[in-house]
Design a protein around this ligand. Structure first.
Ligand code: NAP
Length: 434
């Protein structure tokens, strides 16, 4: 039996779902996979999320291109769910609908002053420096000497590193040209990452931490006392996971690391909850409440402190965008083990929320595909997506995407970069259709 599958969203979880369908094929079971994507370019967070100075992580795109080369796979980029095609049509025309639409809305702190100019979310700042066509015009003012990043996860590290790094280190990367030009004019020399809980609660990964002191022209600071206190508290815990041990070890090394004496500084502060962002139209300072850990719980003290800064970036997690008819629960599409309703499923951050690295999606998408296969009945007789799109709709298919890809890689090579990303939506479409 041959089933028609549509995957909405061409990011890692969508491609890994496609791969799981491809690998599940047998003599009596096959799938015709259509992947639709709102942007004119695929690869999701591998293109617009992964930091430009982390090129190794991006090599997973080779896996995506292999999946896309299989004869049962078709790409329909520049096709938006809810605008160009409706969820109802997809449900009716396909045997299976897989929503791999991620979580792109930055969560809010909900504190006074958050709406001031230059108080941004990583959900805007990261796609801005990664050449996402929707974020080219994000206004980032980097004229002050200090930036504050809220959150103690890997996105906070990415954001802080990009702000602190000597921008010439980013010349040989695929960072958006507009961002690189701006960062070269940056006055920021101190970047402070602030976590509301202790070092032992931070969700950084050890490899990201270990990388920081190795970066040229940055000194990284963590107060040794905060790490010693955390080690004492960890000593009182029953089960200490290896990841936590590695993290604390990496932070201890940073705290004791010999400093280079350079002007660019990256500092990590813990047990600090943001209370208010102050400023007159634009960010001028941020006020924190000091916390302490008591019996394993983080509690507020009466002490506050203020940091003068012209830029605050929150990296405190993401929520999924809504679709008519599908409710949101804790920031993700309401689902049970990936099943939303009828023949509609979710994978990736849309399913589980903004957790896990790119590779996490491999097993997670496969688990959902296994469940889908268990639930399959008889295949529908239908025409699929072609009937739904208006005539003349400018689809970017796999061949068109390969033209865009080749053009970016060639122009990048001439500039000594892996690629020079095109940021203009219309020019992207023209490149693909040339
Ligand atoms: P994350 O790891 O969940 O970190 C979010 C941080 O925000 C946590 O420290 C959290 O603190 C804090 N936070 C949440 N609400 C807050 C509030 N109201 N006030 C202050 N702090 C608040 O999420 P992420 O950094 O966005 O990363 C998302 C996923 O992508 C993670 O799985 C991450 O590992 C992955 N990622 C991986 C890489 C890489 O492998 N290189 C790079 C980027 C992202 P609490 O713990 O106290 O809630």
């Amino acid at each position: 039996m041959r089933f028609k599958v549509v995957i909405v969203g061409a990011g890692p979880s969508g491609y890994f779902a496609a791969k799981a369908f491809q690998e599940a094929q047998s003599n009596d079971l096959s799938f015709a996979i259509d992947m639709i994507e709102r942007l004119p370019t695929p690869w999701g967070l591998v293109r617009s999320g992964v930091a430009p100075d982390h090129p190794k992580i991006k090599t997973v795109s080779k896996v995506f291109e292999k999946i896309a080369k299989e004869p049962n796979f078709r790409l329909f980029a520049n096709v938006e769910l809810g605008k160009d095609v409706s969820l109802k049509d997809l449900r009716d025309e396909y045997d299976v609908v897989v929503l791999a639409t991620g979580a792109s809305k930055g969560r809010k702190l909900g504190i006074p002053g958050e709406e001031l100019n230059n108080s941004l979310s990583a959900a805007e700042f990261v796609p801005w420096y990664n050449a996402h066509p929707d974020y080219v015009d994000v206004e980032v003012d980097i004229s002050s000497d200090t930036a504050v990043v809220i959150g103690a996860g890997n996105v906070a590290i990415d954001v802080a590193r990009i702000l602190a790094i000597d921008p010439t280190e980013l010349d040989p990367t695929d960072m958006a040209e507009h961002a690189l030009i701006k960062l070269k004019q940056s006055n920021i020399r101190t970047v402070i990452i602030c976590g509301r809980r202790g070092p032992e609660h931070a969700t950084f990964t050890a490899s990201e931490l270990r990388n920081l002191p190795k970066i040229n022209n940055i000194d990284v600071f963590i107060d040794s006392k905060q790490i010693e206190d955390a080690i004492k508290r960890i000593g009182e815990m029953d089960n200490v996971e290896r990841d936590l041990k590695n993290n604390i070890e990496a932070m201890k090394t940073i705290a004791g690391h010999e400093k280079k004496g350079v002007s660019r500084k990256l500092e990590m502060k813990f047990l600090s909850t943001p209370l208010e962002i102050k400023g007159n139209g634009k960010v001028e300072a941020i006020v924190f409440q000091k916390n302490k850990v008591e019996n394993g719980r983080v509690v507020a003290t009466s002490e506050t402190f203020s940091v003068k800064t012209g830029l605050v970036i929150t990296a405190i997690g993401y929520d999924s965008s809504e679709f008519p008819g599908i409710s949101i629960e804790s920031g993700r599409l309401s689902n049970i083990a990936g099943h939303i309703e009828h023949n509609v499923y979710a994978v990736g951050w849309a399913k589980r929320g903004p957790t896990g690295v790119i590779g996490t999606n491999k097993s997670d998408s496969k688990d959902v595909v296994d469940l889908i296969i268990e639930n399959l009945k008889d295949p529908k007789i239908s025409e699929g997506i072609t009937r739904m799109l208006k005539s003349g709709h400018k689809v970017i298919d796999q061949i068109a995407w390969e033209k865009i890809n080749a053009s970016e890689v060639i122009t990048g090579e001439m500039a000594g970069k892996p690629r020079l990303k095109e940021v203009d939506w219309k020019r992207l479409i023209n490149l693909g259709r040339s």
